[in-house]
Design a binder for this molecule. Structure first.
Ligand code: ZN
Length: 203
């Protein structure tokens, strides 16, 4: 399986990092080895002094597809989840400056937190889901899927032009504003609406 991640999908996050608003979705992949195993803590890697949390809504693909039209995209997923796209921001900055790929900063071991999924039917509208991340009990990021520049079905259409989507693939749909550094002993807890999706310890 693969993890397909979307960059710069929320205006306020684009502004906080002083990035340009993209004309098309920015895509990158994380390898399956980046998935943080359930119940494991997240270890800050030795090559970074500035690992950021990026809380993101996840979409789990349930059917193989290529060139999926937006109007049919809803048939390709039944579950919505929440996760963290951990990013070694210092390393990413160096790579960006050189025009190099981001993978080392985004795809390292443990860099993908995948929380519990909920059936899509839990929500009246997948384009109106509230979610938040708490760090040590304080809200640090909150968003709603209605703020996405490209909504879930539009992302599926765009992604499937380039990558065949397979059963079990997971889309990380981008992070809202409020990204920030994590430190040892932090506890990060993610909620979709008011349901806890994950809680992890940083070491
Ligand atoms: Zn991200």
């Amino acid at each position: 399986m693969k993890l397909i991640c979307v960059g710069r999908n929320y205006t306020e996050h684009i502004e906080e990092l002083d990035n340009e608003r993209p004309k098309d979705p920015i895509l990158f992949l994380k390898p399956d080895t980046s998935i943080l195993l359930k119940k494991n803590p997240f270890f800050i890697p030795e090559f970074s002094n500035d690992v950021h949390h990026e809380v993101e809504v996840l979409v789990k693909i349930k059917k193989i597809g290529k060139h999926i039209q937006q109007k049919f995209a809803h048939k390709y997923y039944d579950e919505i989840g929440l996760g963290i796209d951990f990013t070694a921001r210092d390393l990413q900055q160096q790579l960006k400056e050189k025009g190099h790929p981001w993978e080392k900063a985004k795809g390292f071991d443990g860099a993908a937190v995948i929380g519990n999924f909920l059936p899509k039917t839990t929500f009246t509208n997948v384009d109106d889901i509230n979610f938040r991340l708490e760090k040590n009990g304080k809200v640090v990021q909150k968003g709603n899927t209605n703020l996405m520049l490209w909504k879930i079905d539009a992302l599926i259409e765009y992604i499937s032009k380039y990558f065949t989507l397979k059963i079990g693939d997971i889309i990380f749909t981008g992070t809202p504003a409020g990204v920030g550094k994590v430190d040892a002993n932090d506890v990060l807890t993610g909620y979709i609406e008011d349901t806890e999706s994950f809680s992890i310890k940083v070491k």
